[in-house]
Write a protein that binds this ligand. Structure first.
Ligand code: SF4
Ligand code: SF4
Ligand code: FES
Length: 503
């Protein structure tokens, strides 16, 4: 068993693990010591001097990020002497800082601003003009650099050397003219570049997609799981509904990594971070019957109509001619209700779970996985893609063409996109086509019934990642219109099929 070290910080008893520093143990316990350069993954160069603490029995103050915790150590971060030392370090950081907080996008989540309000609040002693440097420099597709605001903590250069290993950034010059910048000829375009806006403790590196869309104090934060691939990175969803006219009316403002050492550490990839900007576009909110004259339906009547149609076609045709296309974006709850309806109640045999061609992408050693859907593993745990085999897209097209498949139930997939123009002809041959999903896509217009489902941020649920780990995500936004979680739609249809009530 690992040895536990007991020490006190500002009179509070704390426990450290062997080898931990005072700052690390304090952070883990939620005790606050000011810091900039230390980062729980990127290490502790000890250059910002903000984490100074007084240590009993030691004549000089120490930096907590390099001070190993030892049994009986008594440290003070909030004493008058420690505060004086921290305030002096802060004053040095502010010598050339432009103090443009009102127009800085980091405002509200800036370490410099927070510590100034906590331990600074002194008038500037500077008589000379501040040194000026480059502002608003787009250094890559996602990151904007403001050199004047940089406090040279080196977190960003450590990230590109230790984590992305892409080495685009460096600290150049000496003394007063030292500045962070791009290595000549490079652009900050690695697949994890968005993390730099997170690691920078001030407004020197900001997110080009997010900046000036909405002030951070108008955002709500919900713990979630990224649905961008089967890694299942822990994230926070930041949503903007308090001021609906901000963020160009979009409810999802940004996704941020949520620290999980077992899955994604402190990072997420750019595909996941920026892949959901159009969360609210092309959304479905109305239950529709589109056969003949298009008409809106209530959930209870549409499920009865679908159940009646199933009974009719099953009576008149071979029941195994009904195929289902399902999405690896379904939650575990959805998969369970899906199985209950299509396998146990309807006893269907033809399923397709194979990802669409554009749902198979690049993978790397850090986080990104090849399959760009979050929960094929949740379906596999129930036998889908294993005992219950998956057809290929070509095989399904062939069977529709041959008249073996006469009905299709599509869940959050877009066969028309996969099959191209030939797909329209195939789908128009079908006697029965239901489309269910959060977005209309191309197939939604051809369906006989179109059922609006919630997207992942509008429901509680669980995904199983590629390693078999089950993780929960929470509802962050209200469903749009009449949309329901997929599991509720399947359950309502099953009840209607069994002769029970509607949805
Ligand atoms: S740009 Fe930000 S992260 Fe990089 S050295 Fe400057 S303050 Fe630190
Ligand atoms: S690695 Fe996958 S799960 Fe993680 S952020 Fe990227 S897309 Fe999302
Ligand atoms: S956090 Fe300790 S010196 Fe920077």
């Amino acid at each position: 068993m690992a040895k536990t070290i007991k020490f006190t910080l500002d009179g509070r008893p704390l426990e450290a693990r062997e080898g931990e520093t005072v700052l690390e143990a304090a952070e883990r316990a939620g005790a606050r010591i000011p810091h900039y350069c230390w980062h729980r993954v990127l290490g502790n160069p000890g250059n910002c001097r903000m984490c100074i603490v007084e240590v009993e029995g030691t004549p000089k103050p120490q930096v907590a990020c390099r001070l190993p915790a030892r049994e009986g150590l008594v440290a003070r971060s909030a004493s008058a002497a420690a505060r004086r030392a921290q305030a002096s370090a802060l004053e040095l950081h502010l010598v050339d800082h432009p103090l443009d907080c009102p127009v800085c996008d980091q405002s509200g989540e800036c370490g410099l601003q927070d510590y100034y309000m906590d331990i600074g609040r002194y008038p500037s002693a500077m008589r000379e003009d501040k040194a000026h440097a480059a502002k608003r420099v787009p250094i890559g597709p996602h990151i904007m650099l403001d050199q004047e605001r940089c406090i040279l903590c080196t977190r960003c250069t450590r990230f590109v050397s230790q984590v992305s290993k892409s080495h685009e950034l460096g600290i150049f010059g000496r003394g007063h003219s030292e500045a962070v910048g791009l290595v000549p000829g490079r652009s900050l375009d690695n697949p994890y570049s968005g993390n730099l806006a997170d690691v920078c403790p001030v407004g020197a590196l900001t997110d080009r997609d997010f900046r000036f869309q909405v002030r951070v104090w108008y955002l709500d934060e919900t713990a979630s799981i990224c649905p961008g691939c089967s890694r299942g990175c822990a994230i926070f969803a930041h949503t903007s509904t308090q001021r609906p006219w901000h963020n160009q009316g979009r409810r999802l403002a940004r996704l941020k990594p949520r620290y999980n050492p077992e899955v994604n550490g402190a990072w997420i990839c750019d595909e996941g971070r920026y892949g959901f900007a159009e969360f609210d576009s092309d959304r479905l909110g109305r239950v529709m019957r589109l056969q003949g004259t298009a008409a809106e339906r209530r959930w209870d009547s549409v499920s009865d109509e679908i159940a009646v149609a199933w009974h009719q076609v099953v009576r008149n045709k071979r029941p195994d001619g009904l195929a289902v296309v399902a999405s690896g974006s379904l939650s575990n709850e959805d998969w369970k209700a899906f199985k209950s309806l299509f396998v146990d109640a309807l006893k269907l045999k033809r399923f397709l779970f194979t990802p669409e061609p554009d749902q198979v992408g690049t993978e790397d050693e850090l986080l990104r996985r090849r399959d760009k859907v979050p929960n094929l593993a949740g379906g596999m745990a129930l036998g889908f893609g294993a005992q219950i085999e998956s057809m290929t897209w070509d095989a399904l097209a062939g069977e529709i063409e041959a008249g073996k498949v006469w009905g299709l139930y599509v869940v959050d997939r877009d066969p028309l996109k996969v099959w191209g123009e030939k797909g329209r002809e195939l789908l128009e041959r079908l006697d029965f086509l239901v489309y269910q999903g959060p977005r209309k896509g191309l197939t939604g217009d051809l369906a006989h019934f179109r059922l609006p489902a919630t997207a992942w941020l509008e429901e509680d649920g669980h995904f199983t990642d590629f390693q078999g780990r089950i993780q929960g995500y929470r509802r962050a936004l209200a469903p749009l219109g009449a949309a329901k979680p997929d599991w509720a739609i399947f359950a309502g249809l099953e009840a209607a099929w069994q002769g029970g009530g509607g949805l």
